[in-house]
Design a protein around this ligand. Structure first.
Ligand SMILES: N[C@@H](CCC(=O)N[C@@H](CS)C(=O)NCC(=O)O)C(=O)O
Length: 232
């Protein structure tokens, strides 16, 4: 039975699409239009109290029982372990893979996201906030540059969920005020991953729905206004 993937075409959604494509696991896309407020629908909240995509429902989870999961990092580990691929089997390499996955989850995702918020969406342009997150984005690129000038992939020799989690945040560098020419090892890694057919299929999932242009008042309300912060 296919895995239901509740998702939208954002970096956190693309991680899951790419992983499923790489693993060849059957899945059904359930679009959750976060600009239209669909993340607050009761059927989605039943899967995740955090009202953020992505979330999955696997009818054939551990022990043959259904499993619902949110948080993209947990989903990637679950899928990789289910298929027995994209996470190193060697115990030491496995920990290194999880380390870089956590680096993405705790560093790259939140910091790049805050940069986007203050540079592109905040109604006032706050120089301190923009500068603070621009510095973090640059610093995190330097950490990745150091790692990827030593090994081909974040976990070491093997392509893994650590690369898949990070890649969607590195594509579209202009959105983060980054010139990849300043980070040649990151650029080479990016180009290798971008050339993978499964990655190309993954980033195409719901691509026609990608938000472009300025944010509308109702999108702003759903994502950053009272609707977002209402008690549920
Ligand atoms: N830590 C979460 C973050 C998920 C997240 O921030 N998702 C965003 C899209 S990339 C979202 O659903 N936003 C909807 C909202 O802010 O209401 C994960 O990795 O799954």
């Amino acid at each position: 039975m296919p895995i239901d993937v509740w998702t939208w075409p954002t970096p956190n959604g693309h991680k899951v699409h790419i992983t499923l494509e790489e693993l060849g696991l059957p899945y059904t896309v359930v679009p959750v239009n976060i600009g239209a407020g669909e993340q607050f629908r009761p059927d989605f909240l039943a899967l995740t109290p955090n009202h953020r995509i992505p979330a999955i429902h696997d009818p054939d989870g551990p022990g043959g029982k259904p499993l619902a999961l949110f948080e993209s990092g947990a989903i990637l580990i679950y899928l990789a372990e289910k298929a027995g691929r994209l996470i190193p089997a060697d115990p030491a390499a496995r920990w290194v893979c999880l380390q870089w996955l956590m680096f993405q989850m705790g560093g790259v995702g939140p910091m790049f996201g805050q940069y986007n918020h203050f540079a592109a969406y905040a109604p006032e342009k706050l120089p301190y906030a923009i500068e603070r997150y621009r510095n973090e984005v640059q610093r995190l690129h330097r950490v990745l540059e150091k790692r990827l000038s030593e090994v081909p992939y974040l976990a070491g020799e093997e392509y893994s969920i650590a690369d898949i989690a990070t890649f969607p945040w590195i594509r579209n560098p202009d959105r983060r005020g980054v010139d990849l020419a300043d980070f040649p090892a990151v650029k080479a890694w990016h180009d290798t991953i971008a050339a993978r057919p499964a990655v190309q299929r993954g980033v195409e999932v719901l691509a026609a729905n990608q938000r472009r242009g300025t944010i509308s008042p109702s999108e702003r309300e759903n994502l950053f206004g009272q609707t977002q912060f209402a008690a549920r």
